[in-house]
Ligand binder design. Structure first.
Ligand SMILES: C[C@@](CO)(OP(=O)(O)O)[C@H](O)COP(=O)(O)OP(=O)(O)OC[C@H]1O[C@@H](n2ccc(N)nc2=O)[C@H](O)[C@@H]1O
Ligand SMILES: Nc1ncnc2c1ncn2[C@@H]1O[C@H](COP(=O)(O)OP(=O)(O)O)[C@@H](O)[C@H]1O
Length: 282
């Protein structure tokens, strides 16, 4: 095998509770991650000369900072392989929106190169390596919708009902470190036990902080809040994207058709599991 074509799906945080803070400043979270059928596309071609080359640089992201390249270099170094790779990345997931696109690209790169370089690493080893690249990377390697604790690395699989989502993209860029550093952030939500989980459950502790700094996020949430038949309305991750969940596709389509001209929205379906779930061995 010398070539692989792969998907890197987006995620939504159905809720996100900040339940504490570690000594190193990282926050202890509880969240439910759901994968959705909206993905970046990646192509990997084996190179014998050891070079790692991204042929489709994303505007604003220097090649050596791109999470695909960082993931490939980390796996190359840790595995000691002499092989390299040519990467083509078709970026579709908006960056910095709380949809986890960069983390998903990194996870897909680790899963794909484990195959292409015939490393035979088990899922747990890839999970630990993924965490070095970002708190959101492990869940994409885990490959199942998950309840996550710790900084996002303690994962348990969770069954979620079929769902369709209207996602709105407020025209602002939210900095994740800034939101977590905010004085106004509450860090003492009482930890919960899951299962059982109902979709209506939970809230996003980062939401009030982001809404205060970025009124556009608050406006988009308010608009979603007025829709009929929603099961849940919330911000995903550290924003700026916000979503409404519906139990049926027609209900989501009716909502999509109402999105006003000064807002950008799209509809996605919730997945039962990651499209590359079977790429890693247990
Ligand atoms: C908030 C969440 C929720 O899923 O998602 P996004 O909105 O980024 O998608 C994640 O926890 C984000 O994960 P990720 O985007 O991988 O963050 P990282 O690169 O690891 O961290 C960026 C910065 O955010 C802060 N950070 C991040 C995660 C965490 N649990 N506590 C923190 O305090 C730290 O200041 C860190 O330096
Ligand atoms: N392949 C990549 N795709 C997206 N973002 C990347 C990538 N590589 C590095 N980044 C950086 O990571 C940041 C976070 O991106 P992303 O994961 O899309 O958002 P979020 O963490 O809000 O879900 C971006 O602003 C960008 O600077």
């Amino acid at each position: 095998m010398t070539k692989l074509a792969c998907l890197a799906p987006a995620k939504l945080n159905l809720f996100l509770h900040v339940v504490g803070r570690r000594e190193d400043g990282y926050h202890l979270l509880q969240t439910v991650f759901r994968f959705v059928d909206f993905s970046d596309r990646l192509n990997f071609t084996l190179r014998e000369d050891g070079a790692i080359k991204l042929h489709t640089p994303t505007a604003g992201v220097p090649e050596d900072q791109d999470l695909c390249v960082r993931a490939a270099k980390l796996l190359q170094r840790e595995s000691g392989t002499s092989l390299g790779v040519d990467i083509l990345l078709e970026k579709r997931i908006p960056m910095g929106g709380g949809l986890g696109g960069g983390s998903s690209d990194a996870a897909t790169t680790l899963l794909a190169l484990n195959r292409l370089w015939e490393l035979g690493w088990k899922r747990n080893r890839l999970l630990a390596l993924g965490l070095e690249l970002g708190a959101d990377v492990p869940v994409f390697i885990f490959g199942e919708n998950a309840f996550a604790e710790g900084v996002g690395e303690k994962l348990s699989s969770i069954l979620l009902p079929p769902a369709w989502y209207l996602i709105l993209m407020p025209p602002v860029h939210v900095s994740t470190p800034q939101v977590f550093a905010s004085k106004e952030l509450t860090r003492n939500t009482i930890p919960i036990k899951i299962p059982p989980f109902s979709v209506e459950h939970g809230h996003n502790d980062l939401e009030p902080v982001v809404c205060r700094t970025y009124p556009e996020v608050a406006r988009h949430l308010q608009w979603l809040g007025r829709l009929d038949n929603t099961r849940k309305v919330a911000m995903t991750g550290s924003g700026a994207c916000v979503f409404a969940e519906f139990a049926t596709e027609p209900a989501a389509q009716i909502a999509l058709a109402q999105v006003p001209g000064d807002m950008t929205g799209f509809m996605v379906q919730g997945l039962d599991r990651h499209p590359m779930h079977d790429f890693a061995e247990q």
